[in-house]
Design a protein around this ligand. Structure first.
Ligand SMILES: [Zn+2]
Length: 386
């Protein structure tokens, strides 16, 4: 009898383990990276597939441990869907720590949801405890996907690589490329010397904070929402020397002001909205938009409700127009936040709908081509290291 009970108990443990590790990560992914609308490919603007370079500045796909090369019916981005949507470049961003009960107003750094996710995804034990290890592993995942892709996906880290890619892709529209960015510099684990490691693995933009204040600066969603720390200033100067762009998304107002007064270089916002149309502490003020424009920077507009105060492509297009009206059409781009635990307006195939809305707003084909990716291409051609 005792033996029978032990067998049943052991079987239940095995089932629990299989369910936990086999299904839970996928269930979370499907549940929190959702899409409001679906696109109809037959309904595309006739010249959509001729747009030379469509690009997006922000996507968290690497967090989910999916096969980037396989088509998925859930989530927002994979290489087959990029090919379907004629997308040339996606910037894959590394999320390394998020708080429990994450919200837009007040978050502390006390909890770490990504530790649990790393465990459930059966990532290497180092990833359960080290922010640096889990961030580097996500970066390696992109390189590994590129290796497996037989040339379909490449990772861009320098200007010559981008120039070569633009040339190759003009002959073959099925090619795709990825770049790397960090969403929060806490994965440097409080050591500026770790910047070199992330530079060498290909990271080309960094937002100093994500949902909580950290050792480098204040977050728009932190407890104190302070400015840059002394170490944060040192990190920025090192980033500038390495041609790593500074991303202002998620930064507190004081941190953004400190970045304005402590640096002179180009700035970017990888995924955001504008307070003029959608007033919350995460979105950009007119004064911030103007300063980024004055520095020849770029602003990526999001495709989720709290960024653009709407759940259709028209809301994103209106926020794009707001930026273009303030600082010119050369400084605005797509910054979707795909796979960033958001209920996105569309998955990546929905860029076709943004094009339609921009036509409705009166933009020329030349200007739409800039907004949909030409500006991102030119931004990186100006700012990537040699
Ligand atoms: Zn974000």
């Amino acid at each position: 009898m005792l033996r029978k009970i032990l067998y049943v108990a052991a079987a239940l443990v095995v089932v629990a383990v299989v369910v936990f590790f086999g299904f839970v990560p996928g269930i979370i992914d499907k549940k929190i990276n959702t899409t409001i609308h679906r696109t109809n490919a037959a309904d595309r603007v006739s010249w959509y597939d001729s747009i030379p370079f469509i690009a997006d500045l922000h996507c968290d796909e690497l967090l989910w441990h999916r096969d980037l090369l396989a088509h998925h019916s859930y989530g927002h981005v994979d290489v087959p869907r990029m090919q379907d949507a004629n997308v040339a470049l996606e910037v894959f961003t590394i999320v390394s720590k998020t708080p429990r009960d994450q919200n837009y107003d007040h978050n502390s750094d006390k909890t770490d949801q990504i530790a649990l996710l790393s465990f459930a995804q059966l990532r290497a034990p180092a990833d359960w405890f080290s922010l640096k290890a889990r961030a580097l592993h996500q970066c390696e995942d992109l390189h590994e996907s590129a290796k497996r892709s037989k040339g379909m996906l490449r990772v861009i880290t320098t200007r010559p690589e981008l120039q070569q890619y633009i040339k190759d892709r003009s002959a073959d529209r099925s090619l795709t490329a990825g770049m790397l960015g960090l969403e929060g510099a806490h994965c440097l684990e409080n050591d500026v010397n770790n910047l070199d490691t992330f530079y060498h693995i290909g990271v080309r933009y960094i937002g100093l904070t994500h949902f909580f204040d950290n050792e480098w600066g204040g977050s728009a969603h932190g407890m104190d929402k302070g400015g840059l720390t002394a170490k944060g200033k040192e990190l920025l100067h090192r980033m500038e020397k390495l041609h790593i762009m500074i991303d202002l998304a998620h930064q507190s107002t004081r941190t953004i002001d400190d970045i304005f007064s402590n640096t002179t270089g180009t700035l970017m916002v990888s995924h955001t909205g504008v307070r003029g149309l959608c007033d919350n502490g995460r979105n950009l003020t007119d004064a911030q938009i103007k300063e980024i424009g004055r520095r020849n920077g770029i602003i990526g507009i999001g495709m989720w409700e709290t960024a653009v105060c709407g759940t259709d492509a028209s809301a994103t297009a209106h926020s794009i127009k707001y930026v273009a009206d303030l600082i010119g059409v050369d400084h605005v781009a797509m910054g979707s936040d795909f796979d960033g635990a958001v209920n996105a307006t569309y998955d990546i195939t929905g860029f076709t709908e943004i094009v339609k809305e921009l036509i409705t707003l009166g933009y020329s084909r030349a200007d739409i081509e800039k907004i949909m990716g030409g500006n991102v291409r030119d931004f990186w051609l100006r700012n990537l290291p040699e």
